[in-house]
Design a protein around this ligand. Structure first.
Ligand code: BDR
Ligand code: CA
Length: 314
């Protein structure tokens, strides 16, 4: 049995990932929120509202780590509220007592060896959980992380991806911990997109969650015109979620040594992946516990739209 714990800074692609997991009948057993695309309070509100729209008020949500003083997001990518400025009906539900890290630890103890962790935001909650429960890597089955840039430029700095740069010390600790990690970096997530016709298909769907996602995506596609030069958007978090549950299959995914630069220099937030063996055709390194996904076997956008439009998403 696979049990999921989802950790998320609920912005637009996080919302797509959550809806995909629900539609694929792999609802998380618990969700922890974290700062990143928005502050942690807004991320928690977004998470509760999306779950209510999907009719999934049964899934526990715990609030996690907030942004360090002075660090904030300007809303350019995900909009003022993280959901493209679209106001969802308020769920009225409150997060559960206890922190996201405590929720994760509780699930790891309840399902030893069965819990898959999916991290779609800064790795702050996971780092806190590792400090509180050093046995976590023995209890958890695997960890899938959307983050980093292996062989491509960053998106928040020339070398750093946003989730890693938001808390490099946490990322360094989580990636160094001895649990099986699948890292899903920009190398692969930027290769998979939704387009304007996909958005129109969501807007025309019969249930409220995909319709809301169609509206929310307007802002995301506006932003991504500056990246792709056309109305399309990257599927960072949905690709990671799909890899975690086996719905997207990695084509090239070597297990290699990865370290995170948590210094204050220009490389801060860089995920340094030792891919020197790649051209020699023997990229797996003995003992490496981080698998870096560089490509998938098939385009993921069509599967995502089909699931969201046709799936049990409220
Ligand atoms: C990652 O950062 C956030 O903006 C997205 O939600 C995604 O998790 C992409 O760099
Ligand atoms: Ca995210």
């Amino acid at each position: 049995m696979t049990v999921l714990y989802l950790d998320t800074d609920v912005g637009i692609d996080d919302a797509l990932a959550l809806a995909f997991l629900l539609a694929a009948d792999t609802a998380p057993a618990g969700i922890g929120t974290v700062f990143g695309n928005v502050g942690v309070d807004q991320a928690t509100t977004n998470c509760l509202d999306l779950l209510a729209l999907a009719g999934r008020d049964d899934i526990p949500v715990a609030a996690g780590v907030g942004a360090p003083a002075g660090q904030g997001n300007d809303g350019r990518v995900h909009g003022s509220n993280g959901l493209g400025g679209v106001e969802l009906p308020r769920s009225g539900r409150r997060p559960v007592d206890g922190s996201a890290a405590e929720l994760l630890i509780g699930l790891a103890h309840r399902y030893p060896g069965e819990l898959s962790v999916v991290a779609l935001g800064p790795l702050s909650n996971l780092a806190v959980a590792l400090r509180l429960e050093p046995r976590l890597p023995e209890l958890v089955r695997d960890v899938t992380i959307m983050g980093g840039a292996a062989l491509v430029p960053g998106n928040r700095s020339p070398v750093a991806e946003a989730n890693i740069l938001d808390d490099p010390a946490a990322a360094a600790a989580v990636i160094a911990a001895p649990w099986p990690i699948t890292l899903v970096p920009l190398d692969v997530t930027l290769d998979h997109t939704l387009t304007e016709p996909d958005r129109q298909a969501l807007l025309a769907a019969g249930s409220p969650l995909p319709r809301a996602l169609g509206a929310i995506l307007e802002h995301y596609m506006d932003y991504y015109v500056g990246v792709y030069g056309r109305r399309a958007c990257a599927l960072h978090d949905p690709v990671a979620a799909a890899v975690a549950i086996g719905a997207a299959v990695p084509a090239l995914a070597p297990a290699v040594r990865v370290v995170v630069d948590d210094t204050d220099g220009p490389g801060r937030g860089q995920t340094i992946c030792d891919l020197r063996g790649l051209r020699a055709g023997r990229p797996d390194q003995p003992g490496a516990h981080v698998r870096v996904v560089l490509s998938l076997t098939a385009p993921f956008g069509p599967q995502l739209v089909t699931r969201l439009v046709g799936g049990a998403t409220g």
